[in-house]
Design a protein around this ligand. Structure first.
Ligand code: ADP
Length: 370
């Protein structure tokens, strides 16, 4: 069955990806936006993509746009009109690296194709179901309320998609399955999914909290940052430290896990420690989310590292056999979708994510409803 044609635009901080679904699938990326050798800005990148796909004359049902931050207002995919667009612009300070590019994508595409619906699909939306006690930081209530400081969570489109595909893989309804989804890419996050709903997730107010990432540290004592500020590091320097100079990159000089693994295999102590810190952090979240979920049915690994690194999958779940969490070495080394032994209490799965496909599906689902 072919679905109606949908163009998905995913404007990141320094790249724009596009994918056309339905009929002839087309895809591409414009990279290094605003960097030497790249295009100057998002608007130029989007116009280039519009030319490449022939956007002006394309037979289209809709355009689906990835938007990183939906704040507290946007809890589900939303058709963009002028009022929604203005609200998205107001959210930009919450996600300064991402939302402005997302908004530019919507503006350029709407100008070229005002005749089709444009749907914003939010990274935060899946986590709108977090209970208040999981979304609340124990900060002064007035300060938190005034500045909108709470846990939002990110990678939601991927977590929702992978939780659903895991249920399909195991032949169980998603509404009856409790799953921990481990999205391990350049950015990384863990989500506790109870019966298809997100009940806790490791990224918080920003995508910095939680797991160790390519260039971000995940959890750090906020007191360390206050200390650095008191020692004279300004907020831009601290921001760069947290966004670009931490995580695997900070510990080893390499943000690509493949390099870290090769150096670890050669006996490099910094790479060995980085791998251990990376896996240990995942294990702590698995333990925490097992407690959150009570009964745990499945653990799903996804994104670049989760889909491809058997060493990380084994390292992260090492020593959890007493909870029924085990990885079969032969299955893990092969390309098996289920890597736990037969009869294990918890099914450990490798489930490829596909954020663009998920955005296309959510876009069409919204339009079919209305
Ligand atoms: P993004 O978060 O940018 O979408 P991906 O999900 O593609 O990124 O993940 C990118 C990361 O996946 C790379 O930085 C690399 O560390 C890791 N990765 C990709 N392939 C492998 C592999 N075969 N083994 C280990 N790590 C891998």
């Amino acid at each position: 069955m072919t679905s109606p044609p949908v163009l998905v635009l995913n404007s990141g901080s320094s790249s724009v990806k596009y994918r056309l679904f339905g009929g002839d699938e087309k895809r591409g990326t414009v990279e290094r936006i605003g960097e030497p050798g790249g295009v100057p800005d998002h608007a130029t990148a989007l116009r280039q993509i519009a030319d490449e796909v022939g956007l002006a004359d394309l037979d289209l049902r809709a355009v689906g746009h990835r938007v990183v931050h939906g704040g507290t207002r946007f809890r589900a995919p939303t058709v963009v009109d002028d009022e929604v667009l203005a609200a998205l612009k107001e959210l930009s300070p919450l996600a300064p690296l991402h939302n402005p590019g997302n908004v530019t994508g919507i503006e350029v595409a709407r100008a070229l194709r005002p005749d089709v619906p444009h749907v914003a699909v939010f990274d935060t939306a899946f986590h709108a179901t977090l209970p208040e006690y999981a979304a609340t930081y124990a900060l002064d209530r007035e300060v938190a309320a005034e500045h909108g400081i709470r846990r939002y969570g990110f990678h939601g489109t991927s977590h929702r998609y992978v939780a659903a595909r895991t249920a399909e893989l195991l032949g169980r309804p998603v509404t009856r399955l409790n799953t921990i989804v481990l999205h391990l890419g350049n950015g990384a996050s863990a989500t506790a999914v109870a019966g298809g709903r997100s009940v806790d997730t490791s990224m918080g107010f920003t995508p910095l909290e939680g797991l160790v990432m390519g260039t971000r540290p995940g959890d750090v004592d906020p007191g360390a940052l206050v200390y650095l500020a008191a020692r004279g590091l300004d907020s831009t320097t601290v921001d760069t430290l947290l966004q670009k100079r931490s995580g695997l990159k900070g510990l080893t000089g390499d943000n690509d896990l493949r390099e870290v693994l090769a150096r670890r295999a050669a006996g490099d102590p910094a790479a060995t420690l980085a791998f251990d810190v990376y896996c240990y952090r995942i294990r702590k979240y698995v333990g925490a989310y097992h407690a959150v979920l009570g009964r745990l049915d499945a653990i799903a690994f996804t994104a670049g590292v989760g889909e491809h690194s058997a060493e990380v999958r084994a390292g992260a779940l090492d020593g959890l056999a007493m909870w029924g969490i085990e990885v079969d070495p032969a299955r893990n080394a092969g390309h098996a979708p289920v890597i736990s032994p037969d009869g294990a209490r918890v099914s450990v799965c490798v489930v490829p994510t596909d954020e663009e496909r998920a955005i296309a599906e959510e876009t069409l689902a919204l339009l079919e409803e209305s």
